[in-house]
Design a protein around this ligand. Structure first.
Ligand code: BGC
Length: 509
């Protein structure tokens, strides 16, 4: 009996030891896995770091590249494209104009009534349609027929009845938000596609002509009066509302900036005569590159897997098309290197499955249990039951990626201000200035901004504004105003169609 009890006791002790050691082993493994992901997060933070010193280097690099792009064709990754828009709307524009806006997730048609007094946009009607995915990689004829059909339907609805050939010709501003080499303010050919579009037969062709032909095929009497980039439309509306507006930036699916340059600074096009002595330059800053940009292995892989490797490097770190995908790549890496997310979800291998609005929703989840984060992880990435520490980890990843994007965007804006002498530094060659002397020479400078990343993603906006102040310093920052415009890319096109229907053309000697 005694032996049995002893044997039983010994058996229980052994079992307890086994259970204990299994549990200890598990918790050691869990701790190790956790340490591994924390290490990956730290590496991400280090790789994405944007201290103000580095941002200043980016500012300088942007200004230098702008000079290079203006000096010679192909002199920089910044194309610095001429727009032939040498005068911005004055406020005297009058009449009814149409606008088409193609370039992001949606395609928009507008009809704008201008009253002839500054800020007297009497009204505008708008139709917004998502661009069917298949048309983004179809043929130019299919794409433009689709656009022209929607345009015709819109005109018929607006003018209440079928279109007859007797009606007077309508003027259209066409916003086409891709890199275009303009040959005049109303024509130009597509240099390359960005943002996932790939209608191959369009590259090298005149964009206005393609649209004009499609419009004629539909029997619509309408003339393409101007062909512009979305940044230029935003600048036009920004300037219409506030004359101190000198530059415009888009933070949407893609990113880009334009600004008002002195004609004599556009060295690559000597003898350019403009009535105002200036011209709007479309920078195509999405393609900006500098060794000072903080780049991680995730960026390198994203670029290599993209349809346009070595292209649009700045855009791939900043814009809405890509940020969610950087976050997906980080989670995938963590999931592969540890089991804190459970077994590796196959969804993590799907490019662009984590769209930036979902990323923003996770980043800005202020519920105590991060329920939105849990929902996105479960519904989109098929990672169920992520514990709270993992949800917090995901919020941290979003924060690092967005913070870098917004701070680099701010450096880009200050780069433009530096190029045009509005950053208080005395320009590219300017040395250090005495404290207090900066503000004496400062003029109020407005930068018009548009795009969902800035308007809908609060953290992005706050990080950007904060970085602007950090870079500019407290003397200068109050003189620089970032103003959001609404539908500027479209309304601006209508405003420019109005001002260009009567304005003289630019001559090149
Ligand atoms: C295009 C630009 C455009 C920007 C914002 C970029 O991908 O290259 O032309 O202005 O997106 O829409």
């Amino acid at each position: 009996m005694g032996k049995v009890v002893v044997a039983l006791a010994a058996g229980c002790a052994v079992a307890a030891c086994v259970v204990a050691s299994v549990m200890v082993g598990r918790s050691v493994r869990r701790r190790r896995a956790w340490r591994r992901v924390v290490r990956l997060l730290e590496e991400l933070e280090e790789g994405c770091a944007t201290p103000v010193g580095r941002l200043r280097q980016v500012v300088d690099a942007m200004a230098v590249e702008m000079h290079a792009g203006l000096a010679s064709e192909g002199g920089s990754k910044l194309k610095m494209l001429l727009t032939y828009v040498h005068e911005l709307p004055t406020g005297k524009e009058k009449g009814t104009y149409y606008a088409l806006d193609l370039g992001g997730t949606n395609f928009r048609v507008l009809r704008v009534q201008l009253g002839g007094q500054r800020s007297a946009i009497i009204g505008h009607d708008l139709d917004r349609q998502p661009i069917p995915q298949n048309l983004m990689t179809s043929t130019s004829e299919e794409l433009f027929d689709f656009i022209a059909t929607l345009l015709k339907d819109f005109v018929e609805r607006e003018e209440k009845g079928p279109i007859t050939s007797q009606q007077e010709s309508r003027e259209l501003g066409f916003t086409f938000s891709f890199p275009v080499k303009q040959t005049s303010s109303s024509s130009g050919y597509l240099i390359k596609w960005t943002k996932g579009f790939a209608v191959e037969d369009m590259v090298g062709r005149d964009v206005s002509e393609c649209l004009q032909q499609a419009i004629s095929r539909k029997g619509l009497d309408m003339r393409v009066a101007v062909l512009i980039n979305d940044t230029v439309g935003t600048l036009a509306l920004g300037h219409y509302d506030d004359e101190d507006t000198v530059a415009a930036v888009i933070f949407g699916k893609g990113t880009n900036a334009c600004y008002l340059e002195r004609a004599d600074a556009i060295i690559k096009c000597q003898g350019l005569l403009t009535t105002s002595g200036g011209m709007v330059v479309n920078m195509e800053w999405g393609n900006f590159w500098s060794s000072h940009l903080p780049r991680t292995s995730y960026d390198i892989d994203l670029d290599a897997d993209s349809p346009n490797p070595n292209d649009q490097g700045f855009e791939k770190m900043i814009s809405g098309m890509y940020l969610g995908d950087i976050v997906r790549r980080v989670i995938l890496q963590m999931s592969q290197e540890s089991d804190v997310f459970g077994p590796v979800s196959s969804k993590l291998h799907v490019p662009f499955i984590l769209r930036t609005p979902l990323m923003a929703a996770m980043h800005e989840d202020d519920s105590p249990n991060l329920t939105e984060v849990a929902r996105v992880l479960k519904d989109t990435l098929e990672i169920p039951d992520a514990p709270l520490n993992i949800r917090k980890l995901v919020v941290n990843i979003c924060d690092v990626v967005t913070c870098r994007a917004a701070r680099l965007a701010a450096a880009g804006i200050v780069g433009i201000l530096k190029k045009i002498g509005r950053d208080g530094s005395g320009g590219i060659a300017g040395g250090k200035m005495k404290v207090g002397s900066k503000s004496k020479m400062m003029r109020r400078t407005v930068v018009a901004v548009e795009g969902g990343m800035y308007t809908n993603y609060t953290m992005f906006r706050e990080y950007l504004n904060e970085a602007m102040e950090e870079i500019l310093g407290e003397d200068v920052a109050p003189y620089v105003v970032i103003k959001t415009t609404e539908d500027g890319s479209g309304i601006g096109a209508a405003l420019l169609a109005a001002s260009h229907s009567a304005s003289p053309t630019v001559d090149i000697e």
